[in-house]
Design a protein around this ligand. Structure first.
Ligand SMILES: [Zn+2]
Length: 199
């Protein structure tokens, strides 16, 4: 591609930076965007713009939100006596799709990973403790991923919360150890939630 197609080259370069997209795929996507109706291509650009300009973390639970609060924290129908602790917004979305949990969430925005230099201070544990201290929750469900780091994070958080009079449970081990909540199917997640056990 020569001077005349600088815009195309720029698009190919940007697409090629996405995870899993090599040079060939980036070119294919760029030419696809040139062929589809202009409205479709611009809708993609607009969706990217909106997600970066309008989406932020909920100031209460750290889920993704388009205002100060996420849709779950703003929903008066949610059960405010239960709190489910997850690593990432993606995990929360997987659990929501299982459709059996009506309580609130807290997103840690990561897991404790000493080998990657991620300690408890880099997560949202302080805010979680403050939420539990308010005393409205009867149960805190640990729903970190069933990995060594996820389990370690759960253990750390449950120790920190042990000073409060709240029941701490965790998901049943329906999910194969090492698998990630994000990829578990709905039925397995629903079973893991309904069969949760005392920590
Ligand atoms: Zn929220």
């Amino acid at each position: 591609m020569g001077e005349a197609s600088g815009a195309v080259e720029q698009l190919v370069e940007q697409l090629g930076r996405l995870p899993g997209i090599g040079r060939k795929s980036a070119e294919r996507l760029a030419f696809h965007l040139l062929r589809v109706p202009q409205g479709d291509a611009l809708a993609l650009a607009e969706a990217v713009r909106r997600v970066r300009e309008d989406v932020r973390y909920c100031e209460i639970c750290f889920h993704l939100a388009e205002g100060p609060k996420c849709t779950i924290c703003s929903d008066p129908q949610r059960d405010r006596s239960r709190l489910c602790v997850v690593e990432q917004p993606r995990d929360l979305m997987s659990l929501e799709q299982a459709g059996v949990y009506g309580g609130l969430y807290h997103v840690l925005l990561g897991r404790i990973a000493p080998l990657d230099g991620i300690g408890p201070d880099q997560l949202t544990i302080d805010v979680l403790v403050e939420r539990v201290r308010q005393g409205e929750f009867r149960e805190v469900i640990m729903a970190t991923n069933p990995t060594v780091e996820g389990d370690g994070t759960s253990l750390f958080v449950s120790n920190v919360l042990s000073e409060f009079s709240v029941e701490i449970t965790r998901l049943a081990r329906g999910i194969t150890a090492g698998s990630v909540l994000e990829y578990a199917n709905k039925e397995i997640l629903a079973d893991a939630l309904t069969g949760r056990q005392k920590f």
